[in-house]
Ligand binder design. Structure first.
Ligand SMILES: [Zn+2]
Length: 443
């Protein structure tokens, strides 16, 4: 997530002396292995992963294999969810198949638009009921790859294959899932996640590796689901239309196929806008076991961020309404009287939970859920790294640091490190200590 592109990033910033030794220790841990590790094809790699089910997730096993693999994997990206109707267009003919691989519709040319809708009775294509099934698979019928100008959904192009997948067997609502090469996807992620036109090339490369690692992890985690990632901050933001952009593609191509691993396992390489001084241990934010690369590190490099320090004043009435929206079914929430963090406060300044005192009692809310309920945007509560919570009559004043969940790579810190002369390997080694850069595929 990188919501603010307003304030110009300070350039030429030198890391503070106090953090230099920690940085030096971290540097050198994380190099592309000599004679990079190549892995068997992604299908085989997926077969070698193992996923531990349970209350906590762990990184996925990634067994090294000396064989160089061929092409890049295809990722399934939900570019829209909750849809009931879409308009399809294409510069060529389209073939639509159901989930039993039966061809249910073929257009001579779909330039004028083809409406597809989902009802409890089944899918309608061009006004004709084509039956049930959990998904419809739409491809350019001659198989030609026209880049992002292939299948267009509601006027937006996504490539040569799009799948409409019902969200559940009983729901008519469906997700629009674009299938695309992972490197094409990453160009759209970089364009959406960082202000790429003014970001340092090495910070862009670090972001490309982090985003590729995150994507590969979710490709395994969600192999039985209709899509691997969505295109919002729930996964990582993706925008179509950047497949040929020279700036983002330079960073994607320079790191092609490279991902981070920890003890041969791929992990979700989380990232965020601004940590505010220290990155957070993953286990304090997500249901994920703490591992070295996601255990948190001191980061004095993001002080140029507009979110390094902030104050937000939120009306108590507004807070109560937002808390009722999320927790109202669990408890009756009266007027908000005060809010306080519940110790222990972690080393990155974030409490595990908040206590909300209100006129009908008290509400204990995990910190991450509290922020999501109140609003996680730049103008709401940018983070739960709070220095102070002040009672101001009708309102509560939050004084805090950072923007985002605080786990993994700090984007502003990463850019400052790049400006100061660090390369992307050094940046990744700093924010994911103990991780190893490996090449998953070469072509
Ligand atoms: Zn930082």
């Amino acid at each position: 997530m990188f919501p603010s592109r307003r304030k110009k990033q300070g350039r030429g910033k030198t890391p503070r002396r106090s953090a230099t030794s920690a940085l030096r220790r971290a540097l050198g841990d994380n190099r592309v292995r000599a004679g990079a590790i190549f892995l068997a094809g992604l299908a085989a790699v997926v077969g070698m992963f193992s996923c531990q089910e349970g209350p906590y997730r762990e990184s996925m096993e990634l067994t090294a294999h000396p064989a160089r693999i061929g092409g890049q994997p295809v990722i399934r990206v939900a570019v829209k969810t909750g849809a009931v109707k879409v308009d399809l267009t294409c510069c060529s003919a389209l073939r639509i198949k159901d989930d039993r691989d039966r061809s249910v519709f073929e257009t001579a040319k779909a330039e004028s638009g083809l409406q597809v809708s989902s009802t409890p009775a089944g899918w309608f294509v061009g006004g004709r009921l084509v039956g049930g099934g959990e998904y419809l698979d739409i491809e350019v019928s001659d198989g030609s790859d026209r880049g992002e100008n292939g299948v267009r959904v509601d006027g937006v192009g996504y490539g040569k294959r799009v799948v409409l997948a019902r969200e559940s067997r009983l729901s008519p609502r469906f997700a629009v899932v674009a299938h695309m090469d992972i490197e094409t996807y990453l160009a759209g992620v970089l364009a959406a996640e960082v202000p790429f036109e003014r970001w340092h090339p090495e910070a862009l490369k670090a972001q490309a590796v982090a985003s590729r690692t995150y994507a590969v992890y979710h490709m395994k985690l969600r192999v039985a689901e209709p899509y691997d990632v969505d295109s919002t901050t729930m996964s990582q933001v993706y925008k179509t239309g950047y497949a040929t952009n020279p700036i983002v593609n330079a960073a994607v191509n320079a790191t092609r196929g490279q991902i981070l691993t920890f003890r041969y396992r791929v992990f979700p390489a989380y990232f965020h806008s601004t940590c505010g001084g220290r990155t957070e241990d993953v286990s304090r934010v997500f249901a994920y076991n703490s591992i070295g690369p996601l255990s948190g590190t001191a980061c004095p490099f993001c002080s140029e961020s507009p979110f390094f320090c902030w104050t937000r004043t939120i009306l108590k009435e507004h807070l109560a309404a937002k808390l009722r929206e999320t927790f109202g079914s669990q408890a009756r929430i009266g007027s908000v009287l005060s809010i306080e963090p519940i110790p222990p406060i972690g080393p990155a300044g974030r409490p595990g939970a908040f206590r909300v005192l209100h006129s009908s009692g008290e509400l204990i809310v995990p910190a991450t859920e509290f922020r999501l309920a109140v609003g996680a945007g730049a103008k709401d509560l940018p983070s739960v790294h709070l220095l102070e919570i002040r009672n101001r009559g009708e309102a509560i004043e939050f004084v805090g640091r950072g923007f985002g969940h605080g786990v993994g790579l700090c984007q502003y810190g990463s850019n400052a490190l790049a400006v100061s002369g660090r390369d992307y390997r050094q940046i990744l080694a700093f924010y994911y200590p103990g991780s190893e850069l490996v090449k998953l595929y070469a072509m």
